[in-house]
Design a protein around this ligand. Structure first.
Ligand SMILES: [Zn+2]
Length: 267
């Protein structure tokens, strides 16, 4: 489906890979934009293009970039798309590299975005993410793998939505749960990405069982899995995620629809 995505009152759709569109508060928000067609991206291979391209997504109010260093989270057309947005929120190092309109948020800092529905502000809280095993080698900036930022979106009358970014750490999820006890929806990158050269091939993001554990720790009412397909380096896909939630008795939390179709968000 490459046709347009009509605006929703409060809903999310995953387009493939990490890319999701969230309509809330009268705003259209796009996370980790990736719009390239399938093909090689340096050391990674994209296996599917987006369900809806940037023209179908149309004008965006806010782009959230968990990290800009990896092409599966920000590819060429995603980068071009972000550069034309009125505002990009990301981490401080990523913002320095991306330049305007990117604003860098350190973990546990907030950026307020005026809503278009008259409901006041959308509050965007930056939260930590760990892009590999806890004992993984740190880069020059002190991050495991690289700086990655997660986000919690909230506002008066809106559901509270956690977007994990590429995070492999249940410890971080537990910390977020302690600080933000009322998360309604968790968008979890859950494909257990693995790259042989990094950390002995150990996962760089949650697997299905980790996503189920994260959902339980967060006490989320709904979970939207993302970043489990569209690239060759995922070691788990939707079937493993569904099995893990089934085995944990948490199937009722999962919201999975065909890419490019909406999941309504509620409080
Ligand atoms: Zn990454």
């Amino acid at each position: 489906m490459r046709t347009g995505l009509p605006r929703q009152e409060c809903a999310i759709t995953v387009l493939g890979g990490p890319t999701a569109v969230i309509d809330m508060g009268g705003l259209r928000i796009v996370t980790d934009p990736t719009f390239d067609e399938a093909g090689p991206h340096g050391y990674l291979t994209k296996s599917a293009g987006p369900a809806v391209d940037e023209n179908g997504v149309g004008p965006v109010d806010l782009v959230l970039v968990s990290h800009e260093a990896h092409p599966d989270n920000l590819d060429e057309r995603g980068r071009a798309f972000a550069s034309t947005a009125p505002l990009v929120l990301t981490g401080p190092l990523a913002a320095r590299r991306l330049g305007s309109p990117a604003v860098g948020l350190s973990p546990w800092t907030v950026h307020s975005v005026p809503r278009a529905d008259g409901g006041g502000d959308l509050t965007v809280l930056a939260v930590p993410a760990v892009h590999g095993p806890e004992d993984g080698e740190r880069d020059a900036d002190g991050n495991i793998n690289c700086e990655v930022t997660g986000f919690v979106l909230s506002g008066h009358g809106l559901p509270t939505v956690y977007v994990s970014g590429d995070n492999a750490s249940i410890r971080v999820v537990a910390e977020i749960s302690r600080r933000v006890p009322d998360i309604d929806t968790a968008v979890l990158h859950a494909g257990a990405a693995r790259v042989p050269a990094k950390f002995g091939g150990r996962p760089l993001s949650l697997n299905g069982r980790g996503a189920a554990a994260a959902a339980a720790v967060l006490g989320a009412d709904t979970v939207v899995p993302a970043h489990y397909d569209g690239w060759a380096h995922f070691s788990e896909g939707l079937s493993e995620i569904e099995l893990a939630f089934h085995e944990a008795g948490l199937t009722s939390l999962l919201r999975v629809t065909a890419h490019g179709t909406w999941v309504r968000l509620t409080r």
